[in-house]
Design a protein around this ligand. Structure first.
Ligand code: AMP
Length: 716
């Protein structure tokens, strides 16, 4: 690590974001310049966050920019400007929904970033009243603010906070949120002391599990993935089609009332009780505290339980309980003086992306994994995080050497959110998927329309266990007794590396197989003679299974049992199947181009061909008996190999059609010319295959000779 990076890791997340020597120098010499720079930066990120639901920096980093600006404006009051981001609540009024003016402003909250700052606020309250007054502690729900207006007990309007003065009308959308009462419960009505409207306020949020389900589905379908549950809630609420909102599983917690004189309650605590009675979803985790210690305890417990809650919280809100005392303390330009948000330490940290490795899954799927300089995030060390697939790496534009933002929220899996581009080393290159499997060196492929790359080599050790177990499974070769444990031992001892090795095992050797355990006497447990003998019998019996079992057992991607049966029916031997073109394969019932491609590639990957050949050599049947017809008997072209090139203009046949006819006469048809080729059939405009035939001295037939051959079965 360089000295600069070293220094970076000793900084907190927000400080790292701001780490910029030039900027720091500018602040010292020219505060006006830095103020302007900060305003621009905040405006940019406010837009990304509120208007696009796609933040690029952590909330913590954002808050920190804001604090720096506020601090500078405080030190240099001459720089304060009404258009500064500090002079409004933050947010952005979108254009797709009607604007709603809030009769009572929707304030933001001042933050306490640690217990010390919380104590400073508590001390201010005590100073104000000359004593500690009761306060209510609530969880700070990490969602989106919402204001619900009820007229004569019926929901008439729902609005977002917007900039605090003007929000957006999201009534249609909010009506779809199941825990929002469309009518107040009768028991709530007596609490309303003023005729007309009552406006309640709170938070709309997305539970963690719904957020994960939503993102998983989006990932599969290539849709938009949200950065966190808060953005998912805000994005879901601002849907033009409310049916989409309805499917998003949003919830609410209500905790405030716009005009406190509208109901009978005189304290925050009583108001929360009233909200519950009136039918609103209120959070049960609240505490009315009369000492500083009680407040601390609530904050500590909330922090500890944070990961277990089914929704995200990002702090604790402490509010002076009495409405009269709240009114006495009043408001600043942006927030009440009578409340404070104690913010939890960030769940996001920055660290160095030391490398990107590729993990090979058991089915050959390749997953890029971020190898991080270990960092403690939300209480646990994070050293690795999945990057899902190549597109995701490019979408996030993370590169080895980048300083990246890592997020871990409670029980949510650690995630790399993205890089801090300003800290990117000059030589950092965009990452590429390796062309060869890191486990076995076979070529890596990516099928059209698929997000994942795959290694399709049968010999890939990372996939070996699964393939071996699958081959022996009941639906495949049905080798009873060959389960995960024995397969694991055979792999570990190196005795078996692929399915063809099963057929070299003998009973004596198997009976001595060390099962990796010891018995009561402390001696290693062996498989034993009886089990070994049975197993070998079962292995031998599997040699006679029908072709479809072999095709299913060998584990070609997309080839399940039914598909294997269809392929075996159309091409009753592995050889025929291997000689079939992609087009011919695609014609088989239910196959189509995608599966045809996968089968063709599998059967033409050298490592796979080699295993199939060894299986055959060891006596596994690679063909079904084709029922003998009238013309059964040796076929005229048996043992001969043909290659077709050029177009057959005279007959108008396609090469596949001609090939099929040659095969019907017992010939083998392959795609490339070698010394083993018996004849090359050259039609019009024959290309390199014709040249190669001449070079190797392989006899060439023209179309007329081919037609004669097909008709008579006689070679010229
Ligand atoms: P911030 O957005 O960080 O300025 O925090 C203020 C926001 O916290 C409010 O606008 C509310 O949307 C939200 N919030 C979440 N839970 C609560 C709560 N229990 N009491 C008050 N505000 C809350």
């Amino acid at each position: 690590m360089t000295q600069q990076q070293d220094a970076l890791f000793s900084l907190s997340a927000d400080q790292q974001t701001l780490f910029n020597e030039e900027a720091m120098a500018a602040t010292a010499t020219d505060p006006a310049k830095r103020v302007e720079e900060l305003r621009r930066l905040i405006e940019h990120h406010t837009y990304l966050y509120y208007a696009k639901d796609a933040p690029e920096i952590s909330d913590f980093a954002y808050d920190s920019l804001m604090r720096e600006l506020r601090e500078l404006e405080h030190q240099h009051p001459e720089l304060i400007d009404p258009s500064s981001p500090t002079q409004r609540v933050g947010g952005y009024v979108g254009e797709q929904f009607a604007a709603v003016r809030h009769e009572q402003r929707m304030y933001s909250l001042d933050n306490a970033m640690d217990l010390e700052e919380l104590d400073e606020w508590l001390a201010r309250v005590q100073d104000f009243f000359g004593r500690m007054v009761p306060v209510v502690c609530e969880l700070k729900i990490d969602g989106s603010s919402i204001a619900l207006t009820y007229q004569d007990g019926r929901l008439v309007r729902a609005a977002t906070r917007g900039d605090g003065t003007t929000g957006e009308d999201v009534t249609v959308n909010m009506r779809t949120v199941k825990d929002v009462p469309l009518r107040l419960l009768p028991q709530g009505m007596p609490g309303i002391v003023r005729e007309g409207t009552v406006e309640v306020r709170g938070e709309v949020y997305m539970p963690k599990h719904s957020f994960e389900t939503l993102n998983r589905a989006a990932e599969e379908s290539g849709g938009k993935v949200f950065a966190n549950p808060r953005n998912a809630a805000a994005g879901s609420l601002r849907q033009k089609d409310a049916a989409v909102t309805a499917r998003r599983d949003l919830s609410t917690f209500l905790y405030a009332i716009a005009d406190q004189t509208a109901i009978a309650a005189e304290t925050q605590w009583d108001m929360l009780q009233w909200l519950g009675e009136a039918g609103f979803h209120t959070n049960p985790d609240i505490c009315r505290c009369t000492t500083v210690e009680e407040v601390h305890r609530f904050c500590q417990q909330a922090l500890e339980r944070r990961g277990d809650l089914p929704y995200e919280i990002d702090g604790v809100v402490v509010k002076v309980d009495s409405f009269a005392q709240q009114a006495a303390m009043g408001y600043t330009a942006r927030a009440p003086r009578w409340a404070i948000a104690f913010k939890f330490p960030p769940e996001e940290k920055t660290t160095l992306l030391a490398g990107i490795t590729v993990q090979v899954g058991r089915t050959g799927a390749l997953t890029p994994v971020a190898e991080l300089v270990p960092v403690v995030v939300a209480g646990s060390t994070v050293a690795r995080a999945t990057l899902h697939n190549l597109d995701e790496v490019h979408r996030k534009d993370v590169r080895v050497g980048d300083t990246v933002i890592v997020r871990k929220a409670g029980d949510v899996i650690p995630e790399v959110l993205g890089p801090l581009p300003e800290l990117r080393p000059a030589n950092a290159q965009p990452w590429q998927m390796p062309a060869e499997c890191p486990s076995c060196g076979s070529p890596v492929i990516r099928e059209e329309g698929e997000a994942k790359h795959h290694c399709i080599s049968i010999e890939c050790p990372a996939q070996a266990q699964e393939r071996l177990v699958h081959w022996a499974s009941r639906g495949a070769m049905d080798i009873d007794g060959m389960g995960e444990e024995i397969v694991g031992r055979l792999l570990e001892t190196g005795r078996v590396t692929d399915v063809a090795d099963y057929y070299t095992l003998d009973a004596t050797e198997l009976s001595l197989l060390d099962m990796g355990r010891v018995n009561k006497e402390g001696e290693p447990v062996r498989l034993g003679e009886k089990t070994a003998k049975k197993l070998v019998d079962n292995i031998q019996a599997s040699k006679e299974r029908p072709l479809a079992r072999v095709l299913f057992g060998i584990g070609m991607r997309h080839v399940g049992k039914t598909m294997a049966e269809a392929l075996a029916a159309a091409f009753p031997s592995v050889e025929l199947l291997r000689n079939a073109s992609e087009e011919q394969l695609a014609e088989v019932d239910g196959v189509g181009p995608k599966i045809a491609r996968s089968v063709w590639v599998f059967l033409h990957t050298p490592a796979n061909v080699e295993v199939l050949e060894r299986l055959e050599l060891r006596g596994v049947r690679m063909a079904d008996d084709v029922p003998a017809g009238d013309d059964a008997g040796p076929k005229p072209l048996e043992g001969l190999t043909f290659v077709l090139t050029g177009s057959l203009v005279e007959s108008g046949m396609t090469r596949d059609q001609a090939g099929a006819q040659l095969k019907a006469l017992g010939a083998k048809v392959t795609g490339s010319v070698s010394k083993k080729t018996s004849y090359v059939v050259a039609g019009e405009a024959a290309g390199s295959k014709y040249d190669k035939a001449l070079k190797l001295g392989v006899p060439v037939l023209d179309e007329a000779q081919l037609l004669k051959l097909l008709e008579t079965g006689q070679l010229p």
